[in-house]
Design a protein around this ligand. Structure first.
Ligand SMILES: [Zn+2]
Length: 410
């Protein structure tokens, strides 16, 4: 089904407030030609179709820096103005990526393919059910890594298969309801990171404890896929993260769900309800509740400390599948929720919006997006109101453009 409006000509969006990925700028007009932004400011070209954006704010298409996705997830994401999803472990062979590149009715994706984990390590515990099929297939899906030599081989194979970056798991299960999971040793983690860097690829770690985070930082990791939540960090750990140059994707919505908060209020918001299927609304209405002793206020304090230390913060939600044990999350909608939690943590709305636009574009090397500027991809989100003063206005979606095509009927 083609649910797009084709815009072969020139479109001018006028009288808008423009957040260009960094700040609100003085210009009030954006001109789209084909798949790209032709001009910001200036006169409306003769013959352009004009959209009057009075009372509205134009943002770069949002980037969710932590998801596990498929075509359905990419489709839902785009309805919420999320024009790029950064998969953090998934099955994205070259043929599927080509289809994504050819379709403007789903969000774009980047992926590491499968992540590095030892035999029996996270996240395979979610799949170790009694199903014989799963137990037989699992070792082929996850090529488990035990040694530095295997890590190097794994990374080389991933990169040959088209991985955009490398994902590493350091998860002992203590904070996610599966204590005692096996974890990689330091030499193996270091070997994986060094090999990825030899290929100029970023490395992102899944770590949920301060200790695992410290091990990843000491080994030279480029990005933290979660905020650790087993304890508040020492000032030294904050300093170590900052001086390493690593970025963090706090995934506060996942922490919130792990701490026992569902997002039923979000599922009941008409702006969300109208865009998601029942199974995803049901998933969003549940929560994981695997770490009920966790406190969001403590996470917020850590976020502010990292922000003040100069650590780049990227917005990501860690949505995967609509399973009860992964509840509280939905593609697209949860990134807007994450923006709200980043603001609750103490970021300004401007800082939160950077975390979903220019900052991930810069950190992941996505030079064609995350900004509203001449020559950038026309990945755009037009919302009613002003998210710079009320971040929840990002959900008041009026229109979405992906590579210049306007998504219809959202
Ligand atoms: Zn994840």
């Amino acid at each position: 089904m083609d649910n797009r409006l084709k815009t072969d000509g020139i479109t001018a969006i006028t009288n808008i407030r423009i957040f260009d990925g960094e700040n609100v700028i003085n210009d009030k007009t954006v001109v789209i030609k084909g798949s790209h932004i032709q001009a910001v400011g200036g006169k409306v070209p003769v013959g352009a179709s004009v959209i009057d954006g009075r009372g509205k704010t134009l943002l770069p298409g949002l980037i969710d820096s932590h998801v596990h996705t498929d075509f359905e997830g990419l489709n839902d994401a785009l309805k919420f103005g999320v024009t790029t999803e950064m998969d953090m472990q998934g099955h994205w062979p070259i043929k599927k990526r080509k289809e994504v590149a050819d379709r403007n009715d789903i969000a774009d994706v980047r992926s590491p393919g499968m992540g590095i984990t030892p035999k029996g390590g996270h996240p395979t515990q979610y799949m170790s059910s009694s199903s014989l099929l799963i137990r037989l297939v699992l070792p082929f899906v996850f090529r488990f890594v035990q040694t530095p030599e295997e890590a190097v081989k794994f990374v080389d194979k991933q990169i040959t298969g088209g991985s955009d970056y490398i994902k590493i798991f350091i998860e002992d299960g203590s904070c996610i309801g599966y204590p005692g999971l096996p974890v990689l040793d330091d030499q193996t983690i270091r070997a994986a990171i060094n090999e990825a860097h030899r290929h100029n690829k970023l490395t992102i770690v899944h770590a949920t404890t301060a200790e695992a985070t410290k091990r990843a930082i000491d080994a030279g990791i480029d990005g933290l896929g979660h905020l650790f939540f087993d304890r508040s960090p020492s000032p030294q750990l904050v300093e170590d993260i900052a001086s390493s140059g690593a970025f963090i994707i706090p995934t506060l919505v996942t922490l919130s769900s792990a701490f026992g908060n569902n997002a039923a209020w979000l599922a009941n918001d008409e702006r969300v309800r109208s865009k998601l299927s029942k199974k995803w609304l049901d998933a969003l209405s549940r929560c994981m509740n695997v770490y009920p002793q966790g406190k969001l206020e403590e996470a917020y304090t850590t976020i502010r400390a990292l922000r003040d230390a100069g650590v780049d913060i990227l917005a990501g939600c860690d949505v995967a599948d609509p399973l009860p044990m992964l509840g509280g999350l939905a593609h697209g909608a949860s990134l807007h929720h994450e923006l709200q939690l980043l603001v609750a943590a103490g970021l300004t709305p401007n800082e939160a919006l950077r975390a979903a636009t220019s900052t991930p574009a810069r950190r992941f090397g996505l030079t064609d997006r995350g900004r509203i500027a001449p020559g950038a991809l026309a990945d755009l989100l037009l919302v009613d109101g002003n998210p710079l003063t009320d971040i929840s206005d990002t959900l008041s979606i009026h229109a979405v453009w992906h590579r210049g095509d306007q998504l219809a009927a959202i």
